[in-house]
Design a protein around this ligand. Structure first.
Ligand SMILES: NC(=O)C1=CN([C@@H]2O[C@H](COP(=O)(O)OP(=O)(O)OC[C@H]3O[C@@H](n4cnc5c(N)ncnc54)[C@H](O)[C@@H]3O)[C@@H](O)[C@H]2O)C=CC1
Ligand SMILES: O=C(O)[C@H]1O[C@H](OP(=O)(O)OP(=O)(O)OC[C@H]2O[C@@H](n3ccc(=O)[nH]c3=O)[C@H](O)[C@@H]2O)[C@H](O)[C@@H](O)[C@@H]1O
Length: 444
């Protein structure tokens, strides 16, 4: 099939590349000229495991191309995917300007080249957006077209795997013609028997928010359980195992930590909360989720204050991990941004390392953070001479260090672990002061 992808961010580039890999001819358009130039030169502009290999193959086989020309993309496509940003506006409402501006331009192009095409919205958008996109296009043309909602459920860091083997594909359309085209496109991805679920556009749009809000709530619930564990002397790891084996609850997304971050959970929870409010419904549980997550992000700083008292100010603290989760260079809404800001404001000096996200962190961090941080070239260089270490991201290389290194390299082996990476007994044996999330402190 002939596919056009508008917007080559995490979603657009991964979708376009995977569609090309499954035998379609894909053209991707972006307004960012530098990014397009890079991709034309064979360079993948984001860090995403496994993407390079599929990208190189699709380019070599001439099924994937890049342009800044929307008109050319339109002419060369039967199905056009919108993979555009939908950032939060000032009041938490999703900003639809990127999507609606492009819909407006598509209206002109349908008028100029009057062939049936399907416009698919893959961005995460409020309920009713498919109608708005349809209205924008129809205002400019009498050409027959369909607008479909097709939310994306990939996770950064596992995006290619998630896209290639989705647990389900959700398609929102009431047009049989469009549904048939979407099924043909997605069939190669669900050969193992996972469903393509066809529904109306509004339900499909809400499904995406419901999924993200449910997952954010699940994580937040566990963070609150962790906070109780700390107060009653229980261990959240044991509680997690105890409840996760109940198949009604499930084992995944039960890891307590320093709050959820990323470009999606924070903005999507805000957006659905806002939509509910607009319709006169107070979505109370999500109000709590947002509040708990805000405080959870800096809970580790509170633990440091409690441990050190006023002497925290003069300390030098190492930071392991800056990205919002492992296997990505994405720093959006990462807990590290809030932790380094809070420590910077207290006048704490920091030494930080991340395998992929140092450059993106530099672009997003606050002045208070940046004025107090130096960056290290590797994991162990951070430890050299610091008074304490804060772990913000569970990169694999942080999981299995020689625990004796903490004692050898740090001024004092004091660890504040926001991701519960180490076994309490091993930490105790190694003589480390170890303060984690929802578990008893060791040697503290
Ligand atoms: N990042 C993720 O893991 C996921 C994101 N989503 C949703 O997908 C949407 C896109 O997210 P990301 O890919 O992360 O965004 P992104 O910010 O990484 O990429 C968006 C791209 O669109 C381009 N763009 C902006 N205006 C354009 C225009 N007029 N024409 C062509 N290109 C234009 C930008 O230059 C950028 O390259 C959002 O609604 C997001 O909520 C959904 C599932 C997963
Ligand atoms: O809409 C989106 O953009 C995507 O949002 C999330 O994907 P992503 O943000 O890439 O990453 P997750 O793996 O979901 O992690 C999100 C945050 O939750 C945190 N988390 C996750 C799981 C857990 O058990 N505990 C926990 O604190 C992570 O550290 C991270 O900060 C969803 O998992 C995807 O299905 C969805 O498509």
């Amino acid at each position: 099939m002939k596919i056009g992808v508008i917007g080559t961010g995490y979603v657009g580039l991964v979708s376009g590349t995977c569609f090309a890999d499954s035998g379609n001819d894909v053209i991707c358009v972006d307004i960012d000229e530098k990014k397009v130039e890079k991709m034309r030169n064979g360079e993948v502009p984001i860090y995403e495991p496994g993407l390079n290999r599929v990208f190189d193959r699709s380019i070599r086989e001439k099924r994937l191309s890049f342009t800044t020309d929307l008109e050319d993309t339109f002419q060369k496509s039967d199905i056009i995917f919108l993979c555009l940003p939908t950032p939060p506006g000032a009041d938490g409402q999703a900003d639809l300007s990127f999507v609606l501006n492009v819909a407006d331009q598509l209206g002109d192009l349908f008028n100029k080249y009057p062939d049936y095409k399907v416009v698919v919205n893959k961005s995460t958008v409020p309920v009713g957006t498919a109608d708005k996109v349809r209205e924008k296009i129809a205002a400019k043309t009498d050409t027959e077209f369909d607008v479909v909602s097709n939310p994306e459920f990939l996770r950064e860091g596992a995006a290619v795997e998630d896209f290639m083997y989705p647990e389900r594909v959700v398609v929102g359309t009431r047009s049989e013609k469009a549904a048939k085209m979407m099924k043909t496109l997605y069939e190669p991805f669900v050969r193992s028997g996972n469903p393509i679920i066809i529904m109306d556009e509004r339900s499909s749009e809400l499904t995406k928010y419901a999924a993200n809000a449910m997952l954010a709530t699940k994580i937040t619930f566990m963070n609150e359980i962790a906070n109780i564990c700390e107060r009653v002397g229980a261990n959240v790891d044991n509680v997690r195992r105890g409840i996760g084996t109940d198949s009604r609850i499930g084992k995944r997304f039960l890891f307590a930590g320093i709050g959820y971050g990323g470009s999606c959970f924070p903005k999507d929870v805000q957006a659905i909360h806002h939509t509910a409010g607009q319709h006169g419904y107070d979505f109370k549980i999500l109000d709590s989720v947002m509040k708990v997550n805000e405080s959870q992000k800096v809970s580790i700083v509170e633990k440091m204050k409690k441990h050190y008292g006023d002497s925290l100010k003069g300390k030098t603290v190492g930071v392991w991990g800056l990205s919002f989760k492992p296997e990505t260079d994405d720093i959006r809404e990462a807990p590290s941004l809030y932790i380094t800001d809070a420590l910077g404001k207290l006048g704490v000096k920091m030494k930080a390392y991340d395998p992929e996200a140092i450059e993106t962190f530099k672009e997003a961090a606050t002045e208070d953070a940046l004025n107090n941080i130096e960056f290290a070239s590797d994991r162990d260089a951070v430890l050299d001479g610091v008074d304490a270490l804060v772990i913000c991201t569970e990169w694999n290389e942080f999981r299995r260090p020689d625990l004796e290194n903490f004692t050898k390299l740090m001024k004092e082996p004091v660890l504040f672990d926001g991701r519960n990476l180490y076994d309490l007994e091993r930490a105790e044996e190694a003589g480390i002061t170890y303060i984690s999330v929802g578990r008893p402190s060791v040697n503290a």
